[in-house]
Design a protein around this ligand. Structure first.
Ligand code: TRP
Length: 334
């Protein structure tokens, strides 16, 4: 594939701490599979992270940690652009321009905003503006494809509207990005309540497995995972717990769910859970080891972030100067 045929993929996450196997199997593993055939950008959106209460020192630590986790999961910085949002000039500049085209009502309608305001805590205007900054993250690189979870669908719709509005008001500038919702990744559920998504904000630590959990912790969490009545190791609508473990196992082993079901014909949940535990332990081992190695190598991480920001900045300036010219700003003398 020639360079010009390559589509640009961009997706982002807030640095919230150590990722779970749900983030890995459901999202990052898919991103890794896109690296060879796409131009991939992965900003770490620290500016989005300050829309809610937080500790500055903690944010700095979590941001660096997330870069190390990404690399450990296979987002090879030689094959993609890993960078920190606040390192690149253009995200807030473009967000401002897009914001001046976005009616307040559209922002107030966002479910995520409504959910947050419904909790009654004081709201800052950054939280309302959040989706416009997200639109800028995407449009600043003319991304073709944006892989996101179902919860971001509405924000992607707003991004597409903003791009269309800009193109219509000024002239054709932005590509209209395609959301790639949910993709092919597994939807990993809570180990304690398989009707809910696995989330590290769960009060019960047994509900999730972190990328850095020690082998014995992993084995224990899986041994205590909720299974279903009956004793057959089979995926099915009334077997949400077993189905979840099968899908986790298959995510790490690369084998199909059916192959794993076949392995456990005539065997019980005990044997099954032991095997799942081992597959997860072995699957996470290289990730945890790489994470530990990379996280303490400050020089290496700094180098990755410097190169990532430089590469992203080059692309960002191209679009930003086009936008600034079209909206009537006087050209800047460099
Ligand atoms: N709002 C997204 C989330 O919480 C994070 C995000 C910010 C994002 N900018 C983005 C996702 C650009 C995709 C593309 O998950």
């Amino acid at each position: 594939m020639s360079d010009t045929d390559r589509k640009t993929v961009l997706t982002a996450a807030q640095p919230t701490g150590i990722l779970t196997i749900g983030n890995y199997l459901g999202a990052i593993k898919n991103w890794v599979s896109l690296l060879d055939d796409h131009d991939c950008l992965f900003p770490l959106v620290d500016m989005h992270a300050i829309t809610v209460p937080y500790e500055p020192a903690d944010l700095r630590k979590r941001t660096r940690s997330l870069v190390a986790q990404y690399i450990a999961c296979g987002l090879d910085p030689e094959k993609c652009t890993l960078f920190i949002q606040s390192h690149v000039v253009g995200h807030t500049e473009l967000a401002w321009v897009l914001g001046c085209l976005t009616p307040i009502g559209e922002l107030q309608r966002m479910t995520q905003f409504k959910d947050k305001t419904a909790k009654g805590a004081p709201i800052n205007s950054g939280l309302l503006f959040y989706p416009v900054l997200m639109a800028a993250d995407i449009l600043l690189y003319n991304a073709d494809i944006v892989p996101v979870g179902e919860d971001q669908k509405q924000h992607l719709e707003l991004t597409r509207n903003a791009a269309e509005r800009f193109n219509h008001t000024y002239s054709e500038t932005f590509k209209i990005p395609e959301p790639k919702i949910g993709t092919t990744g597994a939807r990993v559920l809570s180990l304690q309540d398989p009707t809910r998504k696995m989330s590290k904000s769960d009060d019960n630590q047994g509900a999730y497995i972190l990328l850095t959990d020690e082998p014995d912790v992993i084995r224990k969490k899986i041994a205590r995972a909720v299974t279903d009545s009956g004793s057959e190791v089979k995926s099915g609508p009334d077997k949400a717990g077993v189905a979840n473990l099968l899908s986790i196992m298959s995510g790490f082993s690369g084998k199909s769910i059916e192959e794993h079901e076949a392995e456990f014909v005539g065997k019980g949940y005990g044997d099954f859970k032991k095997a799942v535990g081992e597959v997860v332990v072995e699957g996470l081992r290289p990730i945890r080891e790489k994470f530990e190695e990379v996280e303490k190598d400050k020089g290496y991480l700094d180098g990755v972030l410097k190169a990532g920001a430089e590469n992203a900045q080059k692309k960002a300036y191209k679009i930003l100067s086009k936008v600034q010219r079209k909206v009537g700003f006087v050209e800047r003398f460099r």
